[in-house]
Design a protein around this ligand. Structure first.
Ligand SMILES: Nc1ncnc2c1ncn2[C@@H]1O[C@H](COP(=O)(O)OP(=O)(O)OP(=O)(O)O)[C@@H](O)[C@H]1O
Length: 294
């Protein structure tokens, strides 16, 4: 388990990380979400040892991370770092060798990850001749080819088409399935909602929410229900014990003060006419994000 504990960092008079703490569990994909300048990259660089924090510590299985641990990390930096005139496979092989693999192992892994990421046919092309999305895949392959024990990826899904998102996701899930902790940052809340097991939301250098994604969604959805009826559901507004959150003719989302109240609403709706749908409403990650960073 990777644990970020009470990290603070100030540049000049600007506190960019303020007592940041969270964990990245083995075998889980942890989505790291925050707006521009929220502190995601600085946190990742701190984990990698590139940024030295003013306070706090990064630990792995309870002991501080040292240089030899970091050699076994896989990192995809925000500023992509491939050599434009180098061939894709040579590049991926080169990065794996830098992390200590033999030339033979590195070439074997390069073949494997280029295949996983759908780049086998482009392996002999110069990086600069690939589309931006394919350059991104190559960059991901380069950060994976030494088979890291920890993965830290800054915006791995940005600029990828939906098919490429699936391909990259499968590859990352393969690592997670082998027990590797995976931390990835993203601005794309819909992507994070779909892909992450755990969530960390940062804003203004401070952690606003973290934990199991389903649990967070459940917690923020307490008492929420949706109902869909024939005709106009405007009568809901006069019902005691509920607050209507969203309303669109026959469709509404409301919060009930108890399970009994919700069931009473259902019975009332059935008395009034056909009910097409009724059930719990689970908020989207974008709703949680708006709530916790507000
Ligand atoms: N070396 C530095 N010197 C001064 N300020 C810095 C430095 N590095 C980062 N910052 C500032 O720290 C804040 C957090 O930046 P960071 O890059 O960590 O945010 P981010 O969440 O990754 O943003 P984005 O999504 O835009 O990449 C920003 O205000 C940035 O300008």
């Amino acid at each position: 388990m990777l644990s970020i504990q009470n990290i603070s960092k100030t540049y000049g008079d600007r506190k960019v990380l303020d007592d940041v703490s969270f964990s990245v569990e083995p075998g889980k994909l942890t989505g790291f979400v925050g707006g521009n300048g929220a502190g995601k990259t600085t946190t990742m660089r701190t984990i990698l040892g590139v940024v030295k924090p003013d306070a706090g510590v990064v630990t792995i299985d309870g002991r501080p991370v040292v240089v030899t641990d970091r050699a076994r990390f896989g990192y995809m930096p925000e500023e992509r770092g491939l050599y434009p005139k180098m061939k894709v496979k040579e590049q991926v092989t080169y990065f794996a060798e830098l992390h200590g693999l033999s030339a033979k192992e590195a070439a074997k892994n390069a073949d494997r990850f280029l295949e996983d990421l759908g780049l086998t046919e482009r392996a002999g092309d110069n990086v600069e001749d690939l589309s931006l999305g394919n350059q991104q895949r190559a960059q991901i392959a380069a950060s994976l080819a030494h088979e890291p024990e920890m993965l830290i990826l800054d915006e791995p899904f940005s600029g990828l088409d939906p098919l490429a998102v699936e391909v990259v996701l499968e590859t990352l899930q393969g690592f997670a399935a082998r027990g590797v902790p995976v931390l990835f940052s993203s601005h794309q809340l819909d992507v994070v909602e779909r892909l992450s097991d755990n969530l960390v939301i940062i804003s203004g250098g401070a952690i606003r929410a973290s934990g199991d994604r389903h649990e967070l969604q459940e917690r923020h959805s307490e008492g929420m229900h949706r109902i869909s009826v024939a005709g106009d559901a405007g009568w809901l507004r006069d019902e005691p014990g509920i607050t209507v959150l969203e309303f669109d003719r026959g469709d509404a989302i409301f919060v009930a003060d108890s399970g009994e109240t919700a069931q009473r609403i259902l019975r009332t709706a059935l008395d009034r006419g056909p009910v097409f749908g009724f059930g719990r409403h689970i908020v989207k990650l974008s709703d949680i994000y708006r709530e916790v960073v507000a």
